[in-house]
Design a binder for this molecule. Structure first.
Ligand code: MSP
Length: 516
């Protein structure tokens, strides 16, 4: 079976991670965990983008060398991923030798092949987005992506022959309808390519912090050209050498909408130039605003994922990010909504169902499960799997929570605390049905809420390991029940929360070394 290869962008280390970085990474983690739970081999790649003017400037402002600065910030990314339960298989830094070597090899190879040539660049540049812009593309003389001031550049530069790939790219989009995802973001890219591609400047003489061009070291490689190559350098690629079987092409690159173009135009053209297959899919998710406003350091409203995890728990935070907004659409992060969903869906919906079911089982039935297991709800596996495969995480969660609500309805209607007095086996059977629902919910929710579902599983008394059971359930629709299973109520999974939202917002302290 081919290894499912998925990636996040490599994050810039100019600043500590915020909710936007956490969002892409959590989504990737859920997908990786889902696939593994089904029994598929997975390679989940993330890492950091550490070269270029943006990092250099941030390092200078912090009074550090770029390398020392990057070493420090990369630690906060790695610590956060650990805290958020991220299960990446590899973490690549663009400053690693294994990567820089590939960047140099590719540059050299394309130079010899004629896909890279020397010329002069004269136009605009946005340091914050590390993007080149023409006069016509500027928005009111500022960067059309981030709105910050741009600088005028005139320098000798190597160019990548992007213009030769217009037609091949359009053909590829035409033949591979799944490549640009979600579909509503496809036309922008198709129109952009149709309107004509210019060759891309891929080296800088005024940026020292980068990978030197091997044949002309006064140039360093353009940071995007450098960073995009991580997706193959992490697989052990070397130009001219046959690719190791099995890993490349990536199955999906998950990216934010503002970097969709880099991943769907520049990157595929680079791969075509190298004679490599293209990733099967590039999926752009939307952007979060915060309480209705654009998130920015100058506004001081940047949401700190660590504080959210401390306040609500890692699992609830992961759940909220993927439940609140369809992956692919923009959304608004409001702590009030997080609190609302926490109490309504997690505490009252799921947590309470587990609690009252186990309570009644222990009180009236010695915690035991009766008879033969009921059949699993076959439909839910298919529905949620289809949704996750389409990266419609909110839909999958919606379906799972309908099942949870179904469990609450069964208990309300059947009132097993009453029937226990008149018809004990019936009460027992009712609770059994609900235990089955809870087990299904624990398995389906595991990729989203990895630690509390384990706790749930333990309380439900199942001896077989959750992951092994997940395989049977997701691949074959079989829900395991170990003989003699006895439930064991534990502390509530989601204690109800009252949070004083009038207190100062849970945001990052302003950091002095940042770009405005
Ligand atoms: N270094 C480049 C990517 C190179 S990939 C070869 C870069 N880095 S980044 O640090 O800016 O991180 C980008 C990721 O964070 C994107 O996926 C982006 O969408 C995400 N987010 C940053 N702010 C965000 C929001 N406000 N909302 C949602 N995600 C956003 O770009």
């Amino acid at each position: 079976m081919k290894t499912f290869f998925l990636t996040t962008p490599l994050y810039y280390v100019n600043d500590v991670p915020h909710i936007g970085h956490a969002y892409t990474t959590i989504a990737a983690d859920v997908l990786a965990r889902w696939k593994r739970l089904k029994g598929e081999p997975v390679f989940f790649l993330t890492g950091t983008d550490e070269h270029g003017a943006k990092i250099d400037q941030a390092a200078q402002a912090a009074g550090k060398t770029p390398r020392a600065f990057a070493d420090q910030v990369v630690g906060s990314f790695q610590a956060l991923w650990k805290r958020l339960g991220i299960t990446q298989d590899d973490f690549i830094r663009t400053t690693e030798e294994r990567h820089a070597r590939v960047v140099q090899g590719v540059f050299d190879f394309l130079l010899k092949k004629g896909d890279i040539y020397l010329g002069t660049y004269e136009d605009w540049y946005c340091v914050s987005c590390e993007s080149f812009w023409t006069e016509a593309e500027l928005a009111d003389k500022t960067c059309p992506t981030c709105g910050r001031p741009v600088e005028r550049l005139k320098e000798e530069s190597y160019f990548f022959k992007l213009s030769s790939y217009e037609k091949p790219l359009l053909d590829h989009f035409e033949k591979n309808k799944d490549f640009l995802q979600p579909p509503h973001r496809a036309s922008e890219i198709v129109n952009f390519v149709r309107s004509g591609l210019k060759d891309l400047s891929v080296s800088r003489t005024k940026v020292a912090w980068g990978v030197p061009v091997p044949s002309n070291p006064k140039h360093t490689v353009y940071v995007w050209f450098d960073a995009l190559l991580n997706y193959i350098s992490a697989t052990g690629y070397a130009p001219g050498k046959k690719q190791a079987e099995g890993l490349w092409p990536a199955d999906v690159h998950l990216v934010g909408k503002e970097i969709f173009r880099f991943h769907t135009v520049i990157w595929p053209a680079m791969l075509m130039a190298l004679g490599l297959p293209l990733p099967k899919k590039v999926f752009a998710h939307g952007w979060w605003t915060v309480e209705g406003e654009k998130m920015s350091k100058s506004r001081g409203n940047v949401v700190d994922p660590r504080k959210m995890a401390d306040e609500y728990g890692v699992d609830a935070f992961r759940y909220f990010l993927l439940r609140e907004v369809p992956f692919g659409s923009d959304g608004d992060f409001s702590e009030n909504n997080l609190l609302g969903r926490y109490n309504a869906e997690l505490a009252n919906g799921l947590g309470n169902l587990l609690n009252r079911t186990l309570n009644l089982l222990e009180k009236n039935h010695q915690g035991k499960i009766p008879g033969d297991p009921p059949a699993a709800h076959g439909g839910i596996v298919k529905m949620t799997n289809d949704a996750v495969e389409r990266l419609a995480f909110h839909e999958a969660l919606g379906d799972i929570f309908s099942l949870v609500n179904e469990g609450n309805k069964i208990i309300d209607q059947e009132a097993p605390w009453k029937t226990a007095k008149t018809d004990l086996p019936r009460a027992h059977q009712t609770l059994f049905k609900v235990v089955a629902i809870l087990k299904e919910a624990a398995l389906l929710l595991h990729p989203f809420m990895p630690s509390l579902t384990r706790e749930m599983w333990k309380q439900l008394g199942e001896e077989q390991d959750l992951e092994a059971a997940g395989k049977d359930y997701l691949a074959r629709g079989v829900l395991v029940f170990s003989p003699g299973q006895v439930v064991k109520k534990g502390p509530p999974l989601f204690p109800r929360k009252e949070v004083d939202l009038a207190r100062p917002p849970v945001s990052l302290p302003p950091s002095p070394h940042l770009l405005p």
